[in-house]
Design a protein. Structure first.
Lengths: 637, 253
């Protein structure tokens, strides 16, 4: 099958204008006749639902949480990028575009990234108008800071809670539409299947998480804004509820899954501290503006950090990457941390950590200034570890944080299944093989506020509204399938908990499909995952009832999907015999151990098609062409 | 401190809003002081499951104190003994080997129990739906730097905007008042010039919704502030009272 990204004609700075002009529009009086289903209420979902409601569409918004405000976008700390150039330091739309394409290691679509940079400025305007309390200078104007992978200050921030403040803005806009009656919010409702009729997405099957009731909702378009799948690794910075089920169910119905092996391992997380740890906590990348990363020069040096003299410290990022120093992109910083730990120079009880030291910044700027910038992060660190980072360096280690891969979409954010749109982290489109800091919030809001509301019109215009209702045979079949699967899960009675199995799966992925990958390890993972699936279906336990609030049942369904996704991730990682961004194949590196791309053979998006249980997935390639940013060896030296 | 604490949990069981509910007791062995309170409950649930008993239902999501999903009463205190933290940020190093810990849900009429420790906090969404936002259409905003905002106002707005909507203020209040929650939102938007055109309408409508949903009145005991994981100040309630009075005297909702 030919994958057509439907990139508009014209020079890159005109493409989005051209598309908006050539697209069909829906008459304002007709908009209310169209129903749009939006799954997920994080930044992408809430902003899309609010904007579509405002335009007059009839929107149904779904979240598995008790309130849209709790979506995991809330946890983003550091900031949101925009090409405002308020800092007057040489930024522009073109530079943001350039940095993002380069940061993604030339595995993103140029046209999408350019549009992202173009609408970035409108996002900041929108959020300020909604009352998002961004940091300001004494003159009353907005403040900026710098982030990894950029040499300009283009990041807008709200203390260490940028995600929460942006989400409160989008959630407010969503509630305004709920009050106006254009959006109906369905909390504690989980999507468990996609309804497809004659190849077109027509609705979803949901489970009410309180009563267990299975329902079918139909609409004229289905929008997934369901986030990423980092929790497939068990330990990650993602929230407990984050899962791949909505995307995976769409994949089983025909939507292609693109670049599943592209995941981001964030360099600055609090290391694992307890044996039953359920998740990891991120320390914002913004800390690398003032913190210096180091390990002891000598392997096995167990002295307390403050007893190690200056000349016996290796500030390895500053040494290896003098021009970007501690602000190299995330994939580079994570791999460098792993490398020093592999040399036996890691610190802390487990040896799986490096120091992030604020001593020099505190001496230079004073404790008060550091506290004003990072106070809440320092407090959080102390709560979790019991150590005071004003006095001893933080210990940090990389952890799973974000997934660049996701469902394949064209330029209009529509998947290969007509009528199915995918936004935010759930799609694959803008970050290539590595996402730069402060770009996730930007993409979620760009997709929801400024892209989908235009492109969805082109799909809906001229279509007859409400063609498929919940009584359609396809809806009944899909609902029946969901009920049968729940019934099957509830019969599981084995020795292990779902949590045990999820932990095993996470271990295999982290070991063989984590920061560094090689053919032998990936093949081993491909042999291990079916055994884990076997354990899941033959030796795990799910108690309780279908028609009740049943958290074990919810979790079991999500872990079953994670197991199947894991197999696809490893398959993708094995097939991509090059290193790029977060995907580091040990067979493909330079003499200095930097990632070595193979543009001749792998300059494409790998979009996988599900071929049925037990069948090998089929690979479709969308070739990537770079007309503006010429692929080069990414260097941050 | 022992690395293997033994904790006896007395926890609330309730099948649904109409069930009377009761306490159950279970001991959890081998608890590490580095574990979080919720990870200790995960451990309890693993043990219950392996004994063939249904796990304890409790809500949590981000587990880093920002989403406001988690929250219950530990030994009589909303979010437990530490100030300025949510349950998910509470670590077992704050307890001792052999402790008996009582765990129960938020108890307030507007937050009916869904199951065990889970309550329905949708009333908060409904209060905000009455006016807890600035009405601005997508795409119609002026340049972000068009309206300077003094750093002081921006900081005050931020302090109020830090509310995570967890409901601890309501649980801690003997009147089940949500005035701290309402005031945080009203203050956040009142400090900003963008929020001013709707400030009267907002205060009136949100206070009416607060009353209609069955939340009680504020009697100035500040228990809410003490329980708030984000340390939202009760001075916001004074601001809300001023906003409400001014609005009530000059405008109809």
């Amino acid at each position: 099958m030919e994958l057509d990204a439907r990139i508009p004609d014209g020079p890159i700075e005109k493409k989005w204008d051209n598309r908006r002009f050539e697209e069909k529009l829906v008459n304002p009086a007709n908009k209310r006749k169209y129903t749009v289903i939006v799954v997920g209420t994080g930044l992408a979902g809430a902003s899309a639902s609010a904007t579509l409601g405002e335009l007059g569409y009839n929107v149904k918004a779904f979240t598995l949480l008790d309130s849209p405000r709790r979506s995991h976008s809330i946890a983003a700390q550091g900031g949101i990028n925009a090409a405002k150039n308020y800092a007057n330091d040489g930024d522009s739309i073109y530079r943001l575009f350039y940095d993002t394409v380069k940061g993604g290691d030339f595995r993103a679509r140029e046209a999408n990234v350019y549009r992202l940079a173009q609408v970035s400025n409108e996002i900041i305007d929108q959020c300020v108008a909604q009352g998002v309390p961004f940091a300001r200078e004494y003159g009353g104007l907005l403040d900026n800071r710098s982030f990894g992978g950029a040499q300009v200050s283009r990041t807008f921030y709200a203390r260490g809670q940028t995600g929460q403040q942006l989400l409160i803005g989008a959630y407010g806009a969503l509630l305004r539409q709920a009050a106006a009656g254009t959006v109906k919010i369905h909390p504690r409702t989980e999507m468990l299947d996609l309804v497809v009729v004659d190849g077109v997405a027509r609705g979803i099957v949901t489970r009410n998480l309180i009563t267990g009731k299975i329902e079918v909702h139909t609409g004229d378009a289905v929008v997934l804004a369901t986030g990423g799948y980092a929790r497939v690794y068990y330990l990650s910075t993602n929230a407990m509820g984050c899962n791949v089920t909505a995307s995976w169910r769409a994949h089983l119905r025909g939507a292609f899954f693109a670049n599943p092996c592209f995941v981001q391992i964030h360099p600055t997380c609090i290391p694992v501290g307890a044996h039953r740890q359920s998740k990891l906590t991120l320390m914002s990348e913004s800390l690398r503006n003032d913190g210096r990363v180091w390990v002891p020069v000598k392997p096995g040096d167990k002295r307390p950090a403050n007893d190690i003299p200056e000349e016996e410290r290796d500030y390895y990022l500053e040494r290896r990457y003098p021009s970007f120093g501690n602000l190299v992109p995330r994939d580079v910083a994570s791999r460098a941390a792993k490398a020093v730990c592999d040399e036996g120079r890691g610190v802390g009880a487990t040896g799986q950590a490096v120091y992030l030291d604020f001593r020099d910044a505190i001496q230079r700027l004073g404790k008060a200034a550091i506290s004003a910038k990072y106070g809440n992060l320092f407090d959080m660190y102390e709560l979790i570890t019991g150590e005071n980072p004003y006095e001893v360096p933080m210990r940090i280690f990389p952890a799973l944080h974000y997934t660049m891969g996701g469902l394949w979409v064209d330029y209009n954010l529509m998947s290969n299944l007509p009528g199915l749109f995918v936004l935010g982290e759930a799609n694959f489109s803008d970050h290539g093989a590595n996402r730069l800091g402060a770009s996730a919030l930007m993409q979620g809001l760009a997709d929801g506020y400024f892209v989908l509301p235009y492109t969805i019109g082109n799909w809906l215009a001229g279509r007859k509204p409400g063609e498929v209702g919940p009584d359609h045979a396809a809806c009944r079949d899909a609902a029946k399938g969901v009920e049968e699967r729940i019934g099957k899960l509830l019969t599981l009675r084995g020795e292990k908990s779902i949590d045990d199995i999820h932990r095993e799966l996470g271990h295999v992925l982290w070991e063989y499909c984590g920061m560094a990958r090689n053919e032998e390890g990936l093949k081993k993972a491909l042999a291990e995952i079916p055994k884990i699936r076997e354990e899941f279906w033959n030796n795990s336990t799910v108690l309780g009832q279908a028609a009740d609030l049943n958290q074990t049942l919810e979790y079991a369904g999500r872990v079953a999907d994670f197991i199947d996704l894991a197999e696809l991730m490893v398959t993708d990682a094995l097939h991509r015999r090059e290193s790029c961004g977060g995907h580091f194949r040990e067979e493909s590196q330079t003499e200095e151990h930097e990632a070595l791309r193979d543009d001749e053979n792998f300059c494409y998006v790998a979009a996988w098609e599900w071929k049925g249980e037990g069948e090998a997935p089929e690979l479709h390639k969308e070739p990537l062409t770079f007309e503006y940013v010429k692929p080069t060896m990414r260097s941050y030296k | 401190m022992s690395d293997h604490m033994r904790i006896t949990l007395r926890f609330w069981r309730q099948k649904g809003p109409d069930d009377k509910g009761h306490f159950e007791t279970h001991r959890v062995d081998d608890v590490s002081p580095h574990q979080s309170f919720l990870e200790m409950l995960d451990q309890l649930n693993d043990a219950l499951l392996k004994e063939g008993k249904e796990p304890l239902a409790f809500d949590s999501d981000c587990r880093e104190g920002i989403c406001g999903t988690c929250g219950f009463v530990i030994n009589g205190q909303a979010h437990g003994p530490l100030r300025g933290v949510t349950v998910c940020q509470l670590h077992m190093r704050n307890f001792r080997d052999g402790d008996v810990i009582t765990v129960e849900p938020w108890r307030a009429r507007p937050f009916p129990v869904v199951k065990d420790l889970i309550v329905d906090k949708r009333a908060f969404d409904q209060i905000l739906m009455a006016g807890g936002y600035i009405s601005v259409k997508t795409g119609s905003a002026p340049d972000a730097n068009a309206i300077p905002i003094s750093r002081k106002d921006a900081e005050e707005a931020f302090d109020a905007a830090a509310c995570i909507g967890c409901g601890a203020c309501v649980a801690a209040c003997k009147n089940a008042s949500a005035m701290l929650f309402v005031s945080a939102k009203v203050a956040h938007l009142a400090y900003l010039p963008q929020g001013r055109p709707e400030r009267k309408r907002r205060a009136l409508r949100m206070m009416i919704a607060h009353e209609m949903l069955g939340f009680g009145n504020c009697t100035n005991e500040s228990e809410c502030e003490a329980a708030c994981p984000k340390e939202i100040s009760v001075k916001n309630i004074s601001l809300l009272n001023r906003e409400f009075t001014r609005a009530a005297l000059t405008q109809t909702a």
